[in-house]
Design a protein around this ligand. Structure first.
Ligand code: GLN
Length: 544
């Protein structure tokens, strides 16, 4: 087993997840089987119970784990699906240690951070690498070096490098090189301090990745090399990029791929970046643009909808048309009618997932606009449930139709609690979660979009469409074109609309740069078609 550790210094939010994924990609491009594990040093067992404003979107894996959003970045960069064991938290480690203590596994011993907690961490890392069949496991340590929370993890990794021996483990430290003052001077002191912090706990970084607004000059690289005790070629500059998928190539251009293989004692084969580069070339060489409106309630923090934004980037890299996202806070819409007029000028609308009553009326109004004006629409999870509510209110004439999540006592519960959810008390990990089979109606729009009649998609919900209303939906033109194996409604579409599709699942979690999701591609294609009709190409002048 070879291990590549990525730590972070100075501040959080440096894009460590992107760096780790990119390093993984460099190895994968050389044919090395890799996997990634994320350490989140918080006490939550998983991210499922956290508000998106705290850590951004909750990313759902095939096995139903509600994970940190970095897992999504790993999946997209590696083009591989991961499972829940790849997101390790302090909560999980402590839970395992305490369970063992109660069982009597440590009988007679005082249970301590060292060696029991660190031992559990090392055991888990080894187990994950083995189960994944990877030659190299990348381990990203969340937080910033020096935090109390991450100490046991760094200590465990230090111990592991000693146990594995020379040439089996390498440490990459990501830091910030800020540019300050009137002349824009790059400052290395924060990097020096954070490397010192790392060395004080016995870890010597092999590579330093310096983030910042501008590329490092050779003298700044030399200074970091001297003060931090790494060779000059091991100081890597990663300035902000217009799109995150550039990062692997930025690293490759500075010889990082070859350095990693050397540090880990792997053969250095020439890397294959053909498909990756093709995606980036199309992405950069856009002709024209479309605007997609997104109406949600966490729009102040873009990370709350990260997988959606990425899915649209993936479409741009395949269709060669710039996809501009226009964000709307759903709570603003009922208060400010001009927003709906603005939204009408968008080429498509997406309403993403969500929870609770706040902001639902704005979502419903936006969906009504999309339906009545022929604007291509994709509803995801809550956006799909609200699509049913909107249809019931405005087409079936049931003005009080709602989800019981919003109005538990209303006369028309078009969306209601899943049977198995009734009587559940725990909120953590108890929704209908993870990959489930969806059967599509042959000949429907969704079936033609996917090009098949059966798909697996990831889920995260407690409520579902109430089957009692389906007959009336069908008569009024909103069809069920996808169901689960046990008959739950998974897809609704209106065949007489250019594109009006809602899905109970989360397609955004499966979109990847090299394989954009068919539903997002279909939405963007419909947006392009709408824009072409709205702004027809000027007719050629008549011949004299
Ligand atoms: N709140 C809805 C439910 O629980 C939708 C969930 C979601 O959008 N992820 O069913």
């Amino acid at each position: 087993m070879k291990v590549l550790v990525v730590s972070g210094g100075v501040i959080s939010g440096l894009g460590k997840g992107i760096t780790t994924s990119s390093l993984g990609r460099l190895l994968k491009a050389r044919g090395v089987p890799v996997t990634i594990l994320k350490i989140d040093p918080y006490l939550n067992v998983d991210a499922g119970t956290m508000n998106p404003y705290q850590h951004g979107e909750v990313f759902v894996l095939d096995d139903g784990t509600e994970a940190d959003l970095d897992l999504g970045t790993y999946e997209r960069f590696l083009g591989q699906s991961l499972v829940g064991t790849h997101n390790l938290t302090t909560g999980k480690i402590y839970r395992a240690v305490i369970e063992k203590e109660r069982r009597g596994d440590y009988l007679g011993n005082t249970v301590q951070i060292i060696p029991h907690v660190t031992g559990e961490i090392k055991r888990t890392i080894r187990e994950v690498a083995q189960a994944a069949g990877a030659e190299v496991i990348l381990v990203e340590v969340g937080g910033t070096v020096g935090d109390i929370e991450s100490m046991p993890f760094l200590e465990a990794l230090r111990e592991l490098s000693y146990e594995l021996g020379e040439g089996h483990m390498a440490f990459v430290h990501t830091t910030l090189v800020p540019v300050v003052g009137p002349v824009g001077e790059a400052k290395t002191k924060p990097t020096q301090h954070s490397v010192r912090e790392l060395r004080a706990i016995g870890i010597r970084p092999n590579l330093i990745i310096a983030r910042g607004p501008a590329p490092l000059t050779p003298d700044i690289k030399a200074k970091i090399s001297l003060f931090c005790d790494v060779p000059p070629e091991a100081v890597i500059s990663v300035p902000d990029q217009p799109i995150i998928y550039e990062v692997p190539l930025v690293l490759e251009a500075q010889g990082v791929g070859a350095q990693l293989t050397r540090l880990l004692g792997l053969p250095d084969r020439p890397p294959d970046f053909a498909a990756w580069k093709e995606f980036l070339t199309t992405y950069r060489r856009c002709e024209g643009s479309v605007e997609v409106a997104i109406v949600g309630k966490y729009t102040e923090l873009r990370d709350a909808y990260l997988s959606h934004s990425e899915a649209f980037h993936h479409c741009q890299g395949h269709l060669g048309v710039e996809v501009r996202l226009q964000w709307y806070d759903s709570e603003d819409i009922p208060r400010n009618p001009s927003l709906l007029a603005r939204l009408e000028r968008s080429d498509a609308l997406l309403v993403p997932g969500g929870f609770g009553p706040r902001g639902v009326e704005g979502k419903i109004r936006s969906i009504e606009t999309a339906r009545s004006r022929g604007i291509p629409y994709l509803g995801v999870c809550y956006g799909f449930q609200m699509q049913a509510v909107e249809f019931a209110r405005n087409v079936l004439g049931l003005p009080h139709a709602n989800s019981t999540e919003v109005d538990p006592e209303g006369p028309d519960p078009v969306v209601c609690l899943l049977e198995e959810q009734k009587g559940l008390n725990d909120l953590g990990g108890t929704m209908r979660l993870g990959a489930q089979r969806v059967i599509l109606t042959p000949g429907s729009k969704v079936a033609s979009v996917y090009g098949k009649n059966e798909v697996w998609e990831r889920h995260r919900h407690r409520f579902e469409i109430n089957p009692q209303y389906l007959e009336r939906f069908r008569e009024a033109g909103l069809l069920v074109t996808g169901t689960s194996v046990d008959g739950r409604v998974e897809v609704l579409e209106e065949p007489n609309h250019p594109f009006f599709v809602g899905v109970q699942f989360h397609p955004e979690f499966l979109s990847r740069p090299e394989a954009p999701h068919p539903l997002y591609m279909a939405l963007v294609r419909a947006a392009i078609a709408r824009k072409e009709v709205a702004t027809p190409v000027a007719p050629a002048p008549a011949l004299a």
